[in-house]
Ligand binder design. Structure first.
Ligand SMILES: Nc1ncnc2c1ncn2[C@@H]1O[C@H](COP(=O)(O)OP(=O)(O)OP(=O)(O)O)[C@@H](O)[C@H]1O
Ligand SMILES: [Mg+2]
Length: 275
């Protein structure tokens, strides 16, 4: 369980708070998406979960631990974060070493590490780059290396900051499958993204941030039918809710999210169009 209690955060030498009065609870096994405009405070918020940043005021608790009393190394055993910019995370001389790093650090045995790294590289179609320097890979490949390097040590809480940026369709589907597997394993997953279709596929709950504050929390259907919140968060309303809203239905449209929902309910929709 993760809990933010009245958290405020100000970067050194800044006048304004990057986070203001954040109160959030995330239970074990939840898949929560955090969305909002550039500069809304999403990355700042998730950096509090493994203690890279500590609140200026208020408290962050992770599995009963107040983060102010623990180091990043201690919290990283529980919380794995994949950062927004792979270049800020990559440092090893080969892809293999990059993915093996956390496992070595947490003192897994060498045979286990070898199997786990090879299996993870295969999953992310990275085997052929095993000996290559991660710095020379393409954007999407680098992103996969950073996701692989965190997923492979199986942290209880996985935080992904903009994981779909740079991924092609195949790799994106792979990531959706992986997150679905992790959800079945009751892992807690937190995703920061501007990619609303990704949220539709995976989110149990969405938190919308705006100017350092939580603007709205709700299910994906609460969010995609709330045009004002979407506008403030600079998110495009997906096409199905756009169409359904324009049809001005006389029944609740909240359950109509995907094209499949639309087609399955087509008869009911057509009967209830207000003209
Ligand atoms: N190291 C820093 N020093 C000073 N200010 C910072 C620092 N990092 C971020 N900020 C400021 O804090 C605010 C929140 O930034 P943050 O990176 O958390 O936003 P974000 O929601 O992740 O945005 P994006 O969608 O662009 O990734 C912004 O106004 C940003 O300029
Ligand atoms: Mg960010």
């Amino acid at each position: 369980m993760i809990e933010f209690k009245e958290v405020y955060f100000k970067y050194p030498f800044e006048d304004t708070y990057a986070l203001k009065n954040i109160n959030i609870r995330i239970s074990k096994g939840e898949c929560v998406f955090i969305m909002g405009s550039n500069g809304a405070g999403k990355t700042t918020l998730i950096k509090h979960i493994n203690g890279i940043l500590k609140p200026t005021k208020g408290e962050v608790w992770v599995n009963g631990k107040n983060t102010k009393n623990f180091t990043v190394a201690e919290l990283s055993k529980i919380v794995g974060i994949v950062f927004q910019n792979p270049d800020h995370q990559i440092f090893a001389s080969s892809v293999y070493e990059e993915v093996a790093f956390a496992l070595r650090n947490f003192k897994f045995d060498e045979k286990y590490i070898e199997n786990k790294v090879n299996e993870t590289l295969k999953f992310f179609s990275l085997e052929k780059y095993k000996e290559a320097s991660p710095l020379f890979l393409s954007g999407g490949e680098k992103k996969r290396v950073t996701i692989a390097s965190v997923v492979c040590y199986e942290p209880e809480i996985l935080v992904l900051d903009e994981p779909t940026v740079g991924l092609d369709l195949k790799q994106r589907k792979n990531l959706v499958n992986l997150i679905n597997e992790l959800k079945k394993m009751n892992k807690t997953i937190i995703v920061v993204t501007h990619d609303i279709d990704f949220a539709i596929e995976l989110a149990n709950r969405v938190i919308i941030m705006n100017e350092g504050e939580v603007l709205k929390e709700g299910s994906i259907s609460d969010i995609i039918y709330d045009e004002e919140t979407l506008r403030k968060a600079n998110l495009i309303q997906p096409i199905i809710p756009q169409v359904v809203t324009k049809l001005k239905l006389s029944i609740s449209s909240k359950k109509i999210i995907t094209i499949e929902d639309f087609l399955t309910n087509l008869e009911i929709i057509l009967k209830n169009v207000k003209t």
